[in-house]
Each structure stands twice: as structure tokens, then as C-alpha cells.
Design a protein around this ligand. Structure first.
Ligand code: SF4
Length: 300
């Protein structure tokens, strides 16, 4: 069962009279109760896509459905706020330094209901327990917590109203390796326990191999490969996915702006060692194994 689907989604920006196609005709779906990942290097459009789902950007074209409701419509913005939450990359910037952990979570809790502080205290205590934080941290300020503890507070905030969908936008990339590992384990436990639908965005395909059930690979605003994680991660077919996997232990360079502005042909053309004359025409997605789709002329 699908929780969310985008259809031919396009989000364009204009910079110095040039059009940047940040998201360019994306068809993506999130199945209920599993973790779906979106991988690609910085600048490929993945955060723009997440922000369009949250209503921060108005798409230039296309549709976004949450449980069959068109959430691009202005009147459905409450539906988005009630059902979709996000955890950002940097917990230090995501929390108000003037708020204690209690105030941050109480504010989130009070958005949709009237709740007195003593009732809130017991809900917040439970929420902290779920993210494996001691209740004694409840009246601390962000500067009194470590990076890992802050990200756990952000995760608790995203879950406190029990939304069915949580977007995780590079939630471990500002943390050290050990802390990042503990956050990944926590997310996996929460996912298993509560069957939350997670949409996990990352430049790191290795992480995606660990945490997701299904994944999409994005390059220059387009989906180039997608399918069950075991197929995409263990048997990558698109030349870009192969490159991502090969370079998993190092940071790939961001996609240059000039490349984002190229209009015709395969989006990976300029970097692909397998390119052929027909790659000057844009390939279409083909199903090569059950549910495993690849957008490349090598297979057409
Ligand atoms: Fe490479 Fe051509 Fe496939 Fe694009 S379509 S990834 S250029 S082989």
C-alpha cells in the first residue's frame, strides 16, 4: 500500500536568467510502514524534492498525493502538517537555543491539541524514553546536550504527534561516525516497533544499504534507478549507481551548476564512460528485474 506518490514532479529555479531543473519529472512512491531511501550526491535535487512534499516549494508542474489526497492544493496544507514531519541534517540549527527540551517538545505537542503541562510532562518523558534519552535531560538547554542527544530530541519532536510519515534529511551527516551509528540503530528500532514510514535522504549509499527496504537513486533532478534495496544495492545497474557505490567511502563532488542546466539527453551523459551516440536522447525507465527499474540506454 502506498502512503505518498509524486507524479511528474517538477521544481525549477531561475538563477541569472538560467533555469535550474532541481527536480525534473520525478515519479516516486513511498510504501506504508517501510523505509524508502533517496540517494544522490549534493545538488542532485533530493532536498528540494523533500521540501516540495512538505509544501515549502510550490512545484512548477506535477502532482503529490498523500493517501490519494492532492497535497499541493492550498486547502490540504493542514493534512501535510498533521501527517508529515522532518528531521533535518543539523540538530544544532534545528532547535531553539532558548528552549529547554521540555519546551521544544511541549510546543510540538500543543500544535494540534490543548494539553496541560503535567499531562505533557508524562507524554514527553515517554517520548524521551523512545529515543533512549534519560528523563533527567528534560529541563536542559541545547547547549547542555551532545550532538547525538540533540538529534534524538529532534527525532522525538518529529514523532511526538505520531505522524505516519517522517522525512529524514541526512540526519547523521553532522555527527561523528560512532554517534551516527547509534542514531541509525535507533531509527531502525523505531521503524520496526512502530511501522512508521520513513523517507531517508542521503548522499551515502552505504547507509542506504543499511537502513532502507526500497530505494531511489537521483541524478540531476531525475530518478535514474529504483527498486528493492537488495536489488539496487547489491546489483546496481545504472552507471551512476555503480559510481555512487564505488565512491561510498569518499565524498563525491557536488554536481556543478552548469551540468544542472544541461537540457537534453541522458542526465549522466557528461560523466558516463559507457556513453554512446543514442545517449544524446533521454532514456526511459525499464523494469529489468521484478520492481527494479533502470533508466539507461545500455539496457534498451
Ligand atoms: Fe551512460 Fe548512456 Fe546509460 Fe546515460 S544512457 S548512463 S550516458 S550509457
Amino acid at each position: 500500500m502506498e502512503l505518498l506518490r509524486t507524479k511528474n514532479l517538477k521544481v525549477y529555479f531561475t538563477q541569472k536568467k538560467e533555469v535550474i531543473k532541481a527536480v525534473d519529472g520525478v515519479d516516486l512512491f513511498l510504501k506504508k510502514g517501510i523505509t524508502t531511501s533517496l540517494a544522490g550526491e549534493s545538488g542532485c535535487g533530493k532536498t528540494t524534492l523533500a521540501r516540495a512534499i512538505l509544501g515549502f516549494y510550490k512545484p512548477d508542474e506535477g502532482e503529490i498525493y498523500f493517501e490519494n489526497e492532492d497535497i499541493i492544493k492550498k486547502e490540504n496544507i493542514t493534512l501535510v502538517r498533521e501527517n508529515i514531519q522532518i528531521v533535518f541534517q543539523n540538530p544544532f540549527l534545528s532547535l531553539d537555543p532558548r528552549y529547554t527540551v521540555f519546551s521544544t517538545l511541549y510546543e510540538a505537542l500543543s500544535v494540534f491539541r490543548d494539553i496541560n503541562k503535567s499531562r505533557a510532562e508524562s507524554i514527553i518523558e515517554k517520548a524521551l524514553g523512545e529515543v533512549e534519552l534519560d528523563k533527567d535531560l528534560m529541563y536542559r538547554y541545547p547547549h547542555q546536550l551532545s550532538g547525538g542527544q540533540l538529534q534524538r530530541v529532534c527525532i522525538a519532536r518529529s514523532l511526538i504527534n505520531k505522524p505516519p510519515l517522517v522525512i529524514l534529511d541526512e540526519p547523521t551527516s553532522s555527527l561523528d561516525v560512532t554517534t551516527a551509528g547509534t542514531i541509525i540503530n535507533l531509527l531502525a528500532k523505531l521503524q520496526e516497533k512502530r511501522q512508521i514510514t520513513f523517507f531517508y535522504i542521503s548522499h551515502n549509499i552505504k547507509l542506504i544499504g543499511k537502513i532502507s527496504h526500497f530505494c531511489f537513486i537521483m541524478y540531476r533532478g531525475k530518478i535514474v534507478e529504483y527498486g528493492p534495496k537488495d536489488l539496487v544495492y547489491n546489483n546496481p545497474l545504472h552507471p551512476y549507481t555503480k559510481l555512487l557505490k564505488k565512491a561510498a567511502h569518499q565524498e563525491l563532488k557536488s554536481i556543478p551548476q552548469e551540468e544542472m542546466m544541461q537540457l537534453e539527453g541522458c542526465p549522466f551523459y557528461s560523466r558516463c564512460s559507457s556513453r554512446m551516440a543514442r545517449c544524446e536522447k533521454e532514456p526511459v525507465s525499464i523494469e529489468l528485474e521484478p520492481e527494479h527499474f533502470v533508466c539507461c540506454h545500455l539496457y534498451s
